[in-house]
Design a binder for this molecule. Sequence first.
Ligand code: UDP
Ligand code: MG
Length: 325
Amino acid sequence: MQKTILTIAVPCFNEEEVFDQTMENLRTVLCDLMGENLISEQSQLLFIDDGSKDSTWEKIENATLFDPLVSGMKLSRNFGHQRALLAGLEEAVKFSDCVISIDADLQDDTGVIREFIIQYLQGNEIVYGVRSKRDTDTFFKRNTAQGFYRLMEKMGLSLVYNHADYRLLSKRAIEEMLRFKESNMFLRGVVPLLGFKSTKVYYERKARAAGESKYPFRKMIAFALDGITSFSVKPIRLITMLGFLFSVISVFAGIYALVQNFMGHTESGWTSLMISVWLLGGLMLMSIGLIGEYIGKIYEEVKQRPRYIIESNLCKKVGNKSKVH
Ligand code: UDP
Ligand code: MG
């Protein structure tokens, strides 16, 4: 039987501090697996540079020149983690039987990659890496993440708890996933929708090996909002219901105000009037904002813009690899 060709796809954004370490680590994993005959010699590492401003791309380019196991591609600017990953998957699927995606910072334990492959060989098309502990994440990150999962669940979206983008996808799973054409692709939400046979592999999440998080609070909020509004119309329904409730209340409030007026107590109504004006004003603004979110989404989607643009592609396709070295 033909051996499995594995590609490990690593999106990198300003990761010069950790790149060498990451490459060495993943390289060792790959060579060990080849040594064990679990994967084909044509397996490789694919680094996707997401428009880094530092020397990350130079490092990748250099590695592709001297190391037959390393491929690289560079996006023309910073497109964000999800799109960089998507670019990598779309490219890797052309020459791989399965692809493992992992962050560049070595927070996810590369020791379980072997288990990923074993699960794949046993017929799983999707293998989720799940963090069994998040001790190394900050208190803030842990709790916001927990809140996010809960919120998503309430919105009717099933996510794999404590799973980020460390996973294995089979060729077929990726090909099907690429048929999802939304330009703001939220991979964590889309992958469970594929419905293929899947399993979970648990590992302990470590601290970043070097450098700092590329997900500041601002990006986290944008990510969460994207996740929710891409998958659920519940917030809109909530607004409608709130609107209905407030309309009913305002009828009674109106009657009350009229009665007060007839009884000659008009001046005393000033405070309550101000409160309701502010409250309703706030609510309306919030609602308009949320509706705007969805309209923004529609606007983004109807444009049908490309999800990413590749500037240079140094991928080694299967077949012309053996000559290098
Ligand atoms: N990343 C990227 N583009 C971005 C932001 C991040 O490709 O705009 C990459 C980054 O290099 C890393 C991964 O996405 O490999 C996850 O980022 P990070 O580790 O900073 O996120 P955190 O683990 O803090 O959530
Ligand atoms: Mg990280």
